[in-house]
Design a protein around this ligand. Sequence first.
Ligand code: ADP
Ligand code: MG
Length: 479
Amino acid sequence: MDKKDFWISVLNRLQPTIKKAHFLTWFQNTTIVEKKNGTVTVGVPTTFAQNWISAKYDVKILQSVQELDSSITKIAYEVVGKLSDEGNHDAVDVRTISSVEDDQKKVRKVRDLNEVIVARGSSTRVSSQMMNDRYKLGNFVVGLDNRLPHAACQAVSSIPGGIYNPLYIYGSVGLGKTHLLQAVGNEILKKYPDKIVKYITAERFVTEIVEAISKRYMKSFKEQYRNVDCFLIDDVQFFARKDSSQQEFFYTFNELYDGNKQIVLTSDRAPSELQELDERLKSRFGMGMVVEILPPDFETRLAILGQKCAEYEMIVDPEILYLIANNLTGSVRGLEGVLKQVSADCRLFDKVPTIRSVAEIIKRTNRAQKIIGYDSDLDEKAKIVKSAMDVIQIVASYYNVTVEDVIGKDRHGDVMLPRQVSMYLIKNELGESYEKIGEGFGGRNHTTVMHACNKTAKELRTNLRLVKTVNAIKRDMGL
Ligand code: ADP
Ligand code: MG
């Protein structure tokens, strides 16, 4: 078996254990560079992929490799840029790996450890809601306005059923209540794997009660809460006007509370402001610790954006983050929404986000009229770029070299970069063909141009300085 076939066999074993989207993203265009002395060196196309795969999938890869060759004891990684070139023969196209399509069920088995634990105490007829393992206390950005709820959640996670019981967190939408609530659950499960954590939204609780009553299995409904150690209930304002559900919830609450089980609740308002809720429930809700979560201030918004960029593995010019943080002041969900859109545009169109393109996104998603920190007049005045020569002129003046330098044959370091950036922009912004660009640059071969464009695109994924440069140039181009 040659190295490539060996890798395909490994990928076939690996694929059912990894979520499809992740598998396709991270293992596309990978290969085996070397296999000797007990080590397999996996070739990956980018530094991002290398960091991610080695951090997340190292053990799984080693296990799959060992199933085929037990003499291997170590996996190493190496970035091989040319793997992402189209038609590279070493790179494995993972879209061809068998059964990628129908892996949903298999993945659940391997991935959802939480679900197994969460559901253990439940009757088979009543399901438990899944927690998202992305929500952690560690990736919740703490600022002045959410320090208290975060600290309370930390305390509850280290000593469930301690002094902060029940813990009641309230605040308006998109401020991180669900994040904190599930983070408590995830944290407790990590620290105490034997504990049974139950997460449910009040809305779902009501639906389940209604169903249990109509199908006559109230007994098993009640039973499922008997063994719970930590009960997390989201958006309790939903109980308003649901009298029989309130009753049932009241019993469940009391039983757990009397058994010293931890209860955490969230809501969009303070307990006293919950209208049409049983007075007894209101007073129970306020019995332990009540904390409000407030919209984050500018610095915290900026820090959250930074954290999300790291999660999306995206490099964004800080100026753009300022623009987003300045304009989206209400909820964190709004901040995240804009950033997700920016990231999608980046990935789909392989473009570097600019102040102007992000301002457009903010306008579109928030129906904002005026964007703070963005002067559209400046852009109106920018030179309208129509030809390749316009682009070359702007790039040349930005780098302080001449047009002749950019087009010429000199391979000096100072002119190579402006040349590559010009080719990249002419290709991406004007949509010119590699052949045409080659002709314009003194009759160069189209593969040379392609190489320059790919190199720049790749560099833009990791090099913040280049991102800033391309941004500034694009701004001069009126983009
Ligand atoms: P809520 O339940 O209050 O409506 P969520 O918990 O659903 O809000 O939060 C909305 C989004 O914002 C989630 O993706 C969450 O991860 C994110 N988020 C909110 N606050 C923070 C924070 N302080 N740090 C990091 N992410 C946050
Ligand atoms: Mg929520």
